[in-house]
Design a protein around this ligand. Structure first.
Ligand SMILES: [Zn+2]
Length: 327
């Protein structure tokens, strides 16, 4: 067996920044060291300082085990110039406009750093080691507060001309629909994003809809969670079952377009909303079947993420190990 390779992955989220030392071997991968801190506890320069301290500490752990870390990969929640290693802007974290993070970190930690969009790295992790392993063309969709997308074509990440590809959540499903945070109307995210699903459920419950959820929340609508809606649907609560069918159909409409456009081999779904499992998978599959060209979808697989919330950190560590040339 070849010697294991170590990479450090950083998953930079709006709530937490998570770091992991990941060991890659012929047989697979393993997380050997882990650390995290709250993003809002620090300003931008302090976040960078925390990254330096924690990366050096994780690097020391790999040296202790007799292996050098090959590199660091960082997944950012926004647009990144992958070639230059510059963070262009982040959607939900202020203070990160045009930051040359790769250069700043490399000067301090003396190992190669690669920076990419987090959805790209999730797609990379699933395609190299996870649910899409063995497939050349894969679209990875994260269904959470927002809806993100990472695209792998011919085994490589497709980033687009200005590193903005994969905004599946902002594809229009209703041209005159409600206003989205992006400024457009009727985006998929506006119908199937975590927050909007709950808003819609609450609106219907307040409007007099019958559901077992009413007993659960006892009039406190703010207590309603997606997990509750999923649990109720599994117990055959008609209100909740219909809601999941509608959400799945909304996502399916967009994915049918994606299938017609890219003809992927596999679509992998991750993020909190995908934890609903078959409740959302079944209507997504049904809608794609109804709407996409037969030739484009007849060999298509639609499945759930293998690495779930760890996909980003694993993909980040993976580009740290393999370097830029192989991406
Ligand atoms: Zn939008």
């Amino acid at each position: 067996m070849a010697k294991p390779k170590y990479g450090i992955g950083v998953d930079f989220g709006g709530t937490y920044v998570k770091l992991a030392l990941v060991r890659f071997t012929d047989r697979g991968l393993k997380i050997d060291g882990y650390s995290k801190f709250q993003t809002c506890d620090y300003n931008r320069d302090e976040v960078i300082e925390q990254l330096v301290i924690r990366i050096i500490k994780l690097k020391a752990e790999s040296t202790y085990k007799g292996n050098e870390v090959k590199g660091v990969g960082i997944g950012m929640p926004g647009r990144v110039d992958f070639n230059k290693g510059v963070v262009c802007d982040l959607t939900n974290v202020p203070g990160w406009k045009n930051v040359p993070l790769k250069d700043i970190l490399e000067k301090k930690i003396k190992i190669p750093v690669l920076i990419d969009n987090d959805a790209n790295l999730m797609a990379l992790a699933e395609s190299k080691y996870g649910a899409a392993k063995g497939y050349q063309n894969c679209v990875c969709v994260t269904l959470g507060t927002g809806i993100g997308g990472g695209i792998i074509l011919g085994g490589k990440v497709y980033r687009g001309g200005s590193f903005a590809a994969g905004e599946i959540g902002h594809m229009t499903i209703n041209e005159n629909g409600p206003l989205c945070a992006c400024g457009n109307r009727g985006c998929a995210e506006r119908y199937a994003g975590n927050r909007y699903i709950l808003e819609e459920a609450i609106k219907r419950l307040r409007g007099g809809a019958r559901s077992s959820l009413k007993d659960k929340i006892q009039g406190k609508y703010s207590n309603l969670t997606l997990e509750m809606v999923a649990a109720a649907a599994r117990k055959k609560d008609a209100f909740s079952m219909i809601l999941w069918q509608e959400i799945g159909a909304h996502v399916g409409v967009v994915l049918a377009d994606v299938v017609n456009l890219l003809n992927p081999d596999i679509i992998v779904l991750g993020g909190g909303v995908a934890n609903a499992g078959t409740l959302i998978l079944d209507p997504i599959r049904k809608t794609i079947k109804e709407r996409a060209f037969k030739v484009s979808r007849q060999n298509l697989r639609v499945g759930l993420s293998k690495f779930k919330h760890k996909a980003g950190i694993i993909g980040a560590a993976a580009i740290g190990v393999t370097g830029k040339e192989n991406q």
